[in-house]
Design a protein around this ligand. Sequence first.
Ligand code: FES
Length: 196
Amino acid sequence: MSEKPQAAAEPQVAEEGSSGTAPAPAPRRGFLAGMGAIAAGGLAFLAPVWSGIRAALEPLERPPQDTDLVPVAKLAAVPDDGVPHKFRVVMDRVDAWNTHRQLPVGAVYLRRTGDSVEALNVVCPHAGCFVNVAADRSRFVCPCHKSSFDLSGAVNDPASPSPRDMDTLDVEIRDDEVWVRFQNFLPGRAEKEPVA
Ligand code: FES
């Protein structure tokens, strides 16, 4: 007796959800996925770039530094004779991105009487020449246009073209050192105006 041939199994068709909507075409899915990957990659790239730009520009956003006191000389190096003695001033200078160590920035006259020390900027307030101590050590004289100042820096000759006294500077004695708040001031003005 011959066996009855069995019917071929019906192919099973998977349902696409219960809503009955048609599935999205495969190429469209791939396009959307690609765009998402590009956007994510772009954000991942831009974040460190933006951080770098901010870091580079950050120094420009800092407020300018306030002038501070700097050590100029040992107190013992300033003779206790009431006569001005010249000392060079070196200090660190900071621009937007760099710190320049121990740059010579000017000079001061220190005049000591006992433990009291006065400081004057050596620059003439008339036009910016360097003032000298007169040979007899009784006053300052400017070699350029003959302004004359007493040892405290006050104009002592009405014929002097300087519009103001020599520029005094703040001084502190710290331990055995003389510290000065060094500043330059605009020449040709009656009032002291710091150079920006
Ligand atoms: S610069 Fe000193 S008197 Fe003119």
